[in-house]
Design a protein around this ligand. Structure first.
Ligand SMILES: [Mg+2]
Length: 352
């Protein structure tokens, strides 16, 4: 029994395909062993247990200062439905499949208890770096935002150098904001890096930069759907694939994607609440090959989370189930209704 993202040839069942069942790499035993396959919950089921939250953030990230999310409960725990507000329903339905997997099927068997995670440094001034790094105790890897609009390469170099003084392994994330020429110039200026994430927007540009530099290249925004990683691999566009649970349709879908990829994988969050984060940590804990710190430390970016955040201890977070606290920062009635309507539309697309 496999729960995977629906594909074109199997729109009827968000719970898997016969192809998945033939491939031993993508088949995961339910826990407990003899649990019956869960039935697809209705939209009313999901809304009945749901909460829509509005989480204030410490620093703007991705242009967002308040993160809205919907969480709901099922027999296996809590799931999150939180596609960014500008995403359309066709894309958002995949995120809903991931939330339903978490709440109704639960996590795959873990292979480790802890997952190393990176500190995340937004596009702040170099002088503010130490305060941010202090939120990630024991981090040995930091991801630094670069190529922010309105800033210069000198700002990026200063920020990266400030981080390198505090953390041994530094990776940067340009979120696709450089041209090929700008990326090559910046990579030369930034010095020793673990990798550069999404230096440019397109897969072809990533491949061009990768041919021109020796610093490893990671693909993030180029991987949004389950079919994208193989396209990135075929184009020789990246050394590392950044995979996220929700956009790929769930923990098992992420594991299936990673199993097919001829490159290192880093599991990352998409500004998830602690509920979504638990699925990311669980997916990372179940990956047979994990060699790099994951981007699952973003809980420190919220002033308040829906549950005890995944606190980093000695540079790692511990795998655990999450249930929300009683006093949630709830969204307004109007925003709650917007999320209910969105869930109903995405649910209708998901069940065909
Ligand atoms: Mg990224």
């Amino acid at each position: 029994m496999v729960f995977s993202q629906p594909t074109g040839k199997n729109k009827q069942s968000p719970f898997g395909t016969s192809d998945d069942r033939r491939d031993p790499k993508t088949t995961f035993r339910l826990r407990p062993k003899d649990a019956p396959p869960p039935s697809m919950p209705t939209a009313d089921d999901l809304i009945a247990s749901s909460r829509v939250v509005s989480l204030p953030m410490r620093t703007a990230f991705r242009g967002i200062t308040v993160r809205e999310a919907m969480i709901f409960a099922g027999p296996a725990g809590w799931g999150e439905f939180a596609p960014f507000t500008e995403y359309d329903d066709a894309e958002s339905r995949i995120w809903l499949a991931a939330g339903i997997e978490a709440a109704f099927l639960g996590a795959p068997e873990p292979l480790r208890d802890e997952v190393d995670v990176n500190a995340t440094v937004p596009a702040v001034a170099a002088a503010d770096v130490a305060e941010i790094i202090a939120r990630y105790p024991g981090a040995t890897t930091a991801k630094v935002k670069v190529a922010e609009s309105g800033q210069t390469l000198a700002d990026d170099v200063a920020r990266v150098e400030a981080v390198r003084d505090l953390v041994p392994t530094v990776r940067v994330d340009a979120n696709g904001n450089w041209s090929v020429a700008e990326a090559i110039e910046a990579i030369a200026a930034l010095g020793d890096l673990e990798y550069v994430e999404q230096p440019c927007r397109t897969v072809d540009e990533l491949a061009e930069v990768r041919r021109a530099v020796s610093t490893p290249i990671a693909a993030d925004e180029s991987i949004r759907r389950s079919t994208d990683p193989m396209r990135v691999a075929k184009a020789g566009a990246a050394d590392v694939a950044v995979l996220k649970v929700a956009p790929l349709g769930g923990m098992r879908a992420l594991l299936a994607t990673a199993a097919k990829l001829p490159m290192d994988v880093v599991v990352s969050s998409a500004l998830d609440t602690a509920v979504g984060m638990s699925a990311g940590v669980a997916a990372a804990a179940a990956l047979p090959n994990l060699h790099r710190a994951c981007g699952l430390g973003t809980g420190a970016m919220f002033v308040r989370d829906v549950a005890e955040p995944f606190a980093m201890v000695d540079g790692a977070v511990t795998v655990r189930d999450v249930a929300p606290t009683a006093d949630l920062p709830l969204a307004s009635a109007e925003r709650t209704q917007w999320w209910h309507d969105r869930l109903r539309r995405c649910h209708a697309l998901l069940v065909g």
